[in-house]
Design a protein around this ligand. Structure first.
Ligand SMILES: Cc1cc2nc3c(=O)[nH]c(=O)nc-3n(C[C@H](O)[C@H](O)[C@H](O)COP(=O)(O)OP(=O)(O)OC[C@H]3O[C@@H](n4cnc5c(N)ncnc54)[C@H](O)[C@@H]3O)c2cc1C
Length: 413
C-alpha cells in the first residue's frame, strides 16, 4: 500500500519504520521535514527518558486535592494562563472525571500495556538500524523530599513491582552514592534500575527520520490543512491534494483541528513544558534524575545537561514565559551542586499533546478505517513511539493486536 504519514515527529517517524517493515511505500508529510525545536514540537526538545516504568496517569484523587494549591504559584510546577482558562474548562472537567479510582485503574491498565512493551521495541528498532549508541541504560532516579513523599511512593512502587517493573526504594545516601552532585537535602529516592534515556531527542528523531529515508521512505515538505475520507483517503495540503491507500495522522498537538474536520472531537490540549540545556556540560550527573515533588527532571544527554519539565496550560499561541524556566533552574540549584550559570543555557518550550485520561489516541477515524490516528502521547510520546507504531501497523494490516485498543479509541470521549 502507499501510506501517507502526516507529521514527522517521533511518532510519525516510528510509524514510518513499522510500515516500511511490512513492505509498504511511505511518504512523510511535514512542513519542517522532520520535527524541529523552533516549532515547539516536543520530539525535538524533550527530556529524553524512555520512562517505561511510569504507569500512573496524571489524574488521581490526590492530584485533584493538590492542584488548587499548586495553581496559586504562577511559576510553580503546574500553572494555567488566565487567558486560556475558559477554553481549558472542559478538559479540566474531564481530568477531574478521570481521577475517579475506577478511571485511574482503567488508565493504569492501558498504560501498563503500552509501557511494558515500549523499551523492547525501542531496543529492537535502534539495534536493527545501527542506532543503539543513542540508547543509554544506567537506570533512573526519582528523588523524594520528605518522609511523607517516601511513604506515598510506596503504593506506586508496589503496583510497579506487580507489573514486573524493576524498581526499589533506596535511601538518600544510596542515591548520592549513585549521583554525588546531588545535595544532602532528600529523604529518599526511587531507583528504576532498567530505565533508559537517549542521546538527545532531536539527534535521535532526526537519525530515525534519515534512516527511514535511507530505507525508501519519501519526505515531502508540506502543511496538511485537512483530511478527506470520501473515496480514496487524501490529505489537502498547501502543496496540493495527496491521495493514498491509507493515512496516519501523527501531528501531535496540531492533530486536534485535523481530526475535528473528520468529525472526531478529541479533547486534546497542550501541557506546555520548559527546559534549559547546557550544551557540552557532561559528567555532572550520569543518569536521569527526577525531582518528584517539584515536577522537573535533569537528564545527562550526550548533547549536554538538560533541566526541565513542569506543566503550563496556555494553548499553542501564547509566547513562552521563560520566568518559568528560571524558576525550574533555581529549584535545580537547590538540589544539584555545580550547575552552569543559567545565562549560559539554551531556553526552550514545547507542546505536549495531552488527553485528560493520560492515554494517547491510537485508532481509526470515525470517517474511515483507512485514516488512522496516532497522537496525544502527553508526557510519554518518546517512550511510547515504537509501541504505537507497531499498533498502527496492525491496524493498517487489519490484524488484531496483542493489546486491547479500545482504551485508545478517538471515539472514547
Ligand atoms: C518538556 C518536555 C519533556 C518531555 N520529556 C519526555 C520524556 O522524557 N520521555 C517521553 O517519553 N516523552 C517526553 N515528552 C513528551 C514527548 O516529547 C511527546 O509526547 C512526543 O514528542 C510527541 O511526539 P509527536 O510525534 O506526537 O508530536 P510532535 O513532536 O509535536 O511532532 C509533530 C510533527 O507534526 C508536524 N506537523 C504539525 N502540524 C502539521 C501539519 N498541519 N501538517 C504536517 N505536519 C505537521 C510538526 O512539524 C512536527 O514535526 C516531553 C515533552 C516535553 C514538552
Amino acid at each position: 500500500m502507499h501510506i501517507l504519514i502526516a507529521g514527522a515527529g517521533i511518532i510519525g517517524t516510528a510509524c514510518a519504520h513499522a510500515l516500511l517493515d511490512e513492505g509498504h511505500t511511505v511518504t512523510l508529510i511535514d512542513p519542517d521535514g522532520s520535527a524541529r525545536r523552533a516549532s515547539g514540537a516536543p520530539s525535538a526538545g524533550n527530556a529524553g527518558w524512555i520512562a517505561h516504568g511510569d504507569i500512573m496517569p496524571l489524574a488521581s484523587p490526590k492530584m485533584v486535592l493538590q492542584a488548587p494549591r499548586m495553581l496559586l504559584d504562577p511559576l510553580g510546577p503546574l500553572a494555567i494562563r488566565p487567558a486560556h482558562l475558559l477554553a481549558l474548562l472542559p478538559w479540566l472537567a474531564r481530568l477531574a472525571w478521570a481521577a475517579r479510582p475506577s478511571a485511574v485503574e482503567a488508565s493504569t491498565r492501558a498504560l501498563v500495556a503500552l509501557q511494558t512493551r515500549a523499551l523492547p521495541l525501542w531496543l529492537a528498532r535502534t539495534r536493527a538500524l545501527g542506532l543503539d549508541k543513542h540508547i543509554h541504560r544506567r537506570g533512573g532516579l526519582y528523588m523524594l523530599d520528605t518522609p511523607a513523599s517516601v511513604d506515598s511512593a510506596r503504593a506506586e512502587i508496589r503496583r510497579q513491582q506487580q507489573e514486573g517493573i524493576s524498581v526499589d526504594l533506596i535511601t538518600a545516601d544510596e542515591a548520592r552514592q549513585l549521583e554525588p552532585a546531588l545535595r544532602d537535602v532528600f529523604a529518599g529516592a526511587v531507583f528504576h534500575a532498567d530505565a533508559a534515556y537517549i542521546s538527545d531527542p532531536l539527534w535521535l528523531t532526526t537519525a530515525l527520520f534519515d534512516a527511514a529515508l535511507a530505507r525508501g521512505a519519501v519526505s515531502r515538505r508540506a502543511q496538511v490543512r485537512a483530511l478527506a475520507a470520501d473515496g480514496k483517503p487524501a490529505l489537502l495540503t498547501d502543496d496540493g491534494v495527496l491521495e493514498a491507500d491509507a493515512i496516519v495522522l501523527a501531528t501531535g498537538i496540531w492533530s486536534k483541528q485535523l481530526a475535528a474536520g473528520l468529525g472526531d472531537l478529541v479533547p486534546l490540549d497542550t501541557e506546555r513544558g520548559y527546559n534549559v540545556s547546557f550544551g557540552g556540560t557532561t559528567g555532572l550527573i550520569s543518569r536521569p534524575v527526577a525531582f518528584k515533588d517539584h515536577g522537573f527532571v535533569a537528564t545527562a544527554l550526550d548533547s549536554g545537561l538538560r533541566i526541565g519539565g513542569a506543566v503550563e496550560f496556555g494553548g499553542i499561541k501564547a509566547a513562552p514565559n521563560h520566568k518559568r524556566t528560571r524558576a525550574l533552574y533555581d529549584s535545580a540549584n537547590r538540589f544539584i551542586a555545580g550547575l552552569p550559570a543559567f545565562e549560559s543555557g539554551e531556553l526552550w518550550m514545547g507542546f505536549r499533546p495531552s488527553l485528560p485520561d493520560s492515554l494517547p489516541v491510537i485508532g481509526h477515524s470515525r470517517a474511515s478505517n483507512r485514516i488512522i490516528y496516532a497522537f496525544g502521547h502527553g508526557h510519554l510520546g518518546m517512550t511510547q513511539s515504537h509501541v504505537t507504531a507497531a499498533l498502527v501497523a496492525d491496524m493498517i494490516a487489519q490484524r488484531s493486536s496483542e493489546i486491547d485498543l479500545k482504551p485508545f479509541s478517538a471515539q472514547r470521549f
